[in-house]
Write a protein that binds this ligand. Sequence first.
Ligand SMILES: Nc1ncnc2c1ncn2[C@@H]1O[C@H](COP(=O)(O)OP(=O)(O)OP(=O)(O)O)[C@@H](O)[C@H]1O
Length: 476
Amino acid sequence: MSKTAASVWSNCLEFIQDNISPQAYTTWFEPIKAIKLDKSILTIQVPSKFFYEWLEEHYIKLLKVSLQKELGSDAKLVYSIVMDQNISKKDPYTVKIPSSNKEKLKPQELNAPLHLESSKVKNPFIIPGLQKIKIDSQLNIHFNFDNFIEGETNRLARSAGKAIAKRPGGTSFNPLFIYGGVGLGKTHLAHAIGLEVKEKHPEKTVLYVDMQKFIQQYAEASRSNNRNDFIHFYQMIDVLIIDDVQFLSGKKGTQEVFFHIFNDLHQRGNQLILTSDKPPVDIQDMEQRLISRFKWGLSADLQAPDYDLRYNILKHKLEKDGMEIPEEVIEYIAKNIKTNFRELEGALNSLMAQSLLNKKEITLELAERALVTLIQTQRKEISIDYIQKVVCDYFKIPLEKVQSKTRKRDIVQARQLAMFFAKKYTNASLASIGTQIGKRDHATVLHACKTVKNLSETDKVFKGYVDDLRRKISAE
Ligand SMILES: Nc1ncnc2c1ncn2[C@@H]1O[C@H](COP(=O)(O)OP(=O)(O)OP(=O)(O)O)[C@@H](O)[C@H]1O
């Protein structure tokens, strides 16, 4: 009887089944179809590029041995990959790639595939036996767009979020990478997008997960040999929101698996929303290929709120809670609590508590007394990052320049001023200041501090810079 693609593949499968776990077999081999046999070349169809990469990475030896058993030492394997184009709503198409030839899978070649054919595979990611299940989105209904107040400092991120909620996966903001310091609304915005997607597209599966939870889940899945289930679970999500991705730093194994999940979801036009306390480039110990993917869509930062936004948020909160306090008190809080929204809410709550406990009306005097410690702590908590930002904004020079090795006079001056104020306003050691500002040593920082001091005594223009910056940094 002459061999056919199906008969050859069926024999290969028998051999493969004997050599791997039943779960791995169901996951990675059952969805494959043998579609063509041409002399000693067998073409198999796999449901996605991710599938192909996984097979090449994990099962190539097994595939080779089984195929050579069937077709002799000349045996060759060709993959036909189903490329599902969710974004453009085109029919899925396939790309043919010979085995162990990953370099052929460069993006430009995917755009101009070697061979196109329509495919009947509707959803290659419904693995047999694993249906799309109802997933609790883990979204917090209190973090919605209605109570996310818009201002200059969050406008871009908010608008991108709104656009995504309208067309998840269909905008160029994929992934949306939201970054910013503590308490500036990253988590709130991420939830708000998720909630609005659910409202507008109830059929979409949305999941919010904290990166620490993801890491923990993955560790448990690996321990109990459920790695594939873990991956499949995430592959079923239409809108995946991951909070605090910076926690992936240094976690090599989880980075690897996250990379595959990211690629798979992105390739199928599913939406990814990531938040982080820093921009992609500043995340330490993160694989370059992940960093570059984080930058594929839109990186939008949430900056420290300006006065108007602080004021509006206070007004909104008071209205929501049905509270009234004198206008001058609202203005006092908005003027003095500047770092983030959490502090702002904390200040208001603490003021209300004091007024209730002491049975005193809320007045400016009470506010001044109640918030004195908080305001002082805030002043002390000026960060080196913040100082560098103020200095760079003031001289209109990019932060990378200050961080670089350049010895250009104006940059050296800005760097020295940042070091001087970091010494003045933070508790960081000279060595730590040096590391954070341009990777210099402690002697350079010491020299910078002396230079700034000397120059401000002898140079009027320079003294003007120092005074301006002092006012801006300490917001006197
Ligand atoms: N634009 C906004 N309008 C109204 N409330 C806001 C806004 N931004 C943040 N908040 C509120 O401020 C608090 C802190 O926000 P959130 O937890 O989202 O910050 P975060 O950036 O995720 O902080 P962290 O980095 O510490 O996780 C929350 O109570 C949130 O509802």
